[in-house]
Design a protein. Structure first.
Length: 330
């Protein structure tokens, strides 16, 4: 990375901080190491250990894939709008293009807000970071320029894959569509043996994401509740959905937002179910706090968003990959 890009990266960081501080958000600085993590079967983690002096006792520790685990403890206690820019770590990640095992994340939470409130706040942030729109001619940043185009994921499947998720209640329904779409199926692992959420992810990656519009920022919203996450649920068209959106700019996923789940019992069940799957399939298993759900007994209504800062800086600087905007890659 040359000096000009280092200076540009620094200026974006400064603008992000200034934006949230002006809005009255409290900046946090939480640890990168934790004794336990929120279980997420969709990612792998880094494990290390702390060796106590004199006793030589070894305590397992994990690099956080997100500061969420600490941020939510602070929100539960103080119920204040917060943000954090931090290094995060995810194992078994490819290096280059739009992935890195170590990356920078911006995470922010607004109290008494839903995912739609956060969408508007994110539009304000993007407007602050982008240069003014040209008075005439083409806009070189049209793929990031608010307002975001809202597209429900059920409608996206209908438009790009030819069927709605709300008509697919069983794994066999998605397996049939995957075959009709010509997606590769192995004899050793036929689609009939796949879980619903795995088939959904396969079709999303191969048939939906590549066809999303590139000349406007696309907010893919209202994800199926069959894909577990800590977002609020609602019922529509015969299925449960999550109040969640992911934002795509020029085809690149930039952020992931929820109306945060606040029901302690639902979070307890999520931890139990995801931990069981993690222990069964993860390459690197980790500890989970079996009492973490208790902080949600006094957790406020809020919405949180996580933005990949390296991807954001790449897009703002006119690049399609993060290699040019990271000082070092593994």
């Amino acid at each position: 990375m040359d000096l000009e890009m280092l200076e540009f990266r620094a200026s974006v960081m400064q603008k992000i901080r200034a934006f949230f501080i002006k809005k009255g958000f409290l900046e946090l600085d939480t640890p990168a190491l934790s004794k336990d993590l929120i279980p997420e079967t969709c990612l792998e983690v880094f494990k290390t250990e702390y060796i106590k002096p004199w006793t030589e006792e070894k305590i397992p520790l994990y690099l956080v894939p997100s500061p969420e685990i600490y941020i939510k403890k602070i929100i539960s206690e103080h119920k204040k709008d917060v943000f954090q820019i931090s290094k995060c770590y995810r194992n078994v990640e490819s290096v280059g293009n739009i992935h890195s095992p170590e990356f920078t994340m911006l995470e922010y939470y607004k109290m008494n807000a839903s995912y739609m409130d956060t969408a508007r706040l994110t539009e304000e942030l993007f407007t602050e970071l982008l240069p003014p729109k040209p008075a005439s001619g083409s806009d070189p940043f049209c793929y990031m320029r608010p307002p975001f185009y809202h597209l429900r994921i059920d409608d996206a499947f209908k438009q790009y894959a030819g069927f709605t998720l709300s008509s697919c209640h069983e794994s066999s329904d998605l397996a049939r569509h995957a075959r009709e779409l010509g997606l590769e199926e192995s004899k050793e692992n036929p689609f009939d043996e796949w879980e619903w959420d795995d088939l959904y992810e396969l079709i999303l990656v191969h048939c939906i994401e590549p066809h999303l519009m590139r000349d406007v920022p696309v907010m893919l919203m209202d994800y199926p509740a069959k894909v577990p996450c800590l977002a609020q649920e609602f019922y529509k068209n015969g299925m449960y959905w999550k109040e969640r959106f992911e934002l795509y700019c020029n085809g690149i996923e930039v952020c992931n937002c929820y109306s945060e789940e606040t029901d302690p019992q639902k979070i307890k069940k999520y931890f139990e179910d995801e931990s069981a799957l993690k222990n069964k399939f993860a390459r690197i298993q980790h500890e989970t706090d079996k009492n973490y759900w208790k902080i949600f007994e006094k957790f406020p209504k809020c919405s949180g968003n996580a933005i990949g800062v390296d991807r954001l800086i790449a897009l703002l600087s006119g690049h399609k990959t993060i290699e040019s905007v990271l000082p070092f890659l593994v």
